[in-house]
Design a protein around this ligand. Structure first.
Ligand code: Z5A
Length: 213
């Protein structure tokens, strides 16, 4: 399989529910800004006005539930727009891009979770995205612990958060398999630790990457 082009300043954060991506993203942004770099923080699905509208269609439990294939295609419609309008322009002007979820989420949720064919996802990735992060931090956490964190925070779960535990177990296994298959790009962080420890480990990994990249 041909590897897609990657960019060293493009960093994605991945993980299951309640892994702490949002918390870690703030710490990474602060660390890079202290070094004087421009940093763009963004998320998926979302990151442009159109992609945020697609996010609402995807996550609002009051909308008609999409078929698995429709869910995947909407994720990629949002991603194509996001790459074109936000990510590539930021990388081209020399900024770091910190992205809360990217294409690995589609492999984990729609591929491993919903059982869609990885070859189909790879074709969409090649034709509609054409770009990979240089570094992906996978925040790995036990499904029960992650879900308990989110339940504590959010009394109104979104449509995907309403899935059953076995779905999230498949998602976690999908992520771990991807990380094992691409050790040069992925760093796996134990997200079951205290928030400060997770953030410190993520910043350490980013700084090490920055020196080498
Ligand atoms: N999705 C998809 O299916 N396919 C795709 O291609 C893409 C996405 C791109 C996005 O919703 C959903 O879309 C997501 C995958 C799917 N669905 N799910 N489930 P989202 O962005 O709203 O959901 P999320 O990414 O899962 O966000 P999250 O649940 O908020 O997780 P998080 O950002 O990793 O966690 P957090 O907000 O930083 O922390 C969660 C809570 O835990 C919060 O109260 C923190 O204070 C607490 N926390 C964080 N870290 C710790 C530690 N270390 N200890 C204790 N407590 C902690």
């Amino acid at each position: 399989m041909t590897r897609l082009p990657s960019h060293p300043r493009f960093v994605s954060l991945e993980g299951g529910e309640g892994a702490g991506k949002t918390t870690v993203l703030d710490a990474l942004r602060d660390a890079l800004r202290r070094s004087g770099d421009e940093v763009v923080c963004t998320r998926e699905p979302g990151g442009t006005p159109l992609a945020e509208m697609i996010r609402d269609l995807l996550l609002d439990p009051d909308h008609e539930p999409p078929a698995a294939e429709a869910e995947l295609l909407l994720m990629f419609a949002a991603r194509a727009q996001h790459v074109r309008e936000t990510i590539r322009p930021a990388l081209e002007r020399g900024a770091w891009v910190l992205c809360d979820r990217f294409t690995d989420s589609s492999y984990a949720y729609q591929g491993a979770g919903r059982g869609l064919d990885a070859g189909f996802i790879a074709a969409l990735e090649r034709h509609a995205v054409g770009l990979q992060p240089g570094l992906t931090l996978l925040l790995d956490i036990d499904v029960d612990r992650g879900r308990a964190r989110v339940r504590g925070r959010d009394p109104q779960p979104d449509r995907i958060e309403r899935e059953r535990d076995d779905f999230f177990e498949r998602v976690r296994a999908g992520y771990r398999a991807r990380a094992a298959a691409e050790p040069d790009r992925f760093r796996v962080i134990d997200a079951g630790q205290a928030a400060d420890a997770v953030a410190a480990e993520a910043v350490r990994q980013l700084q090490a990457w920055r020196v080498q990249a």
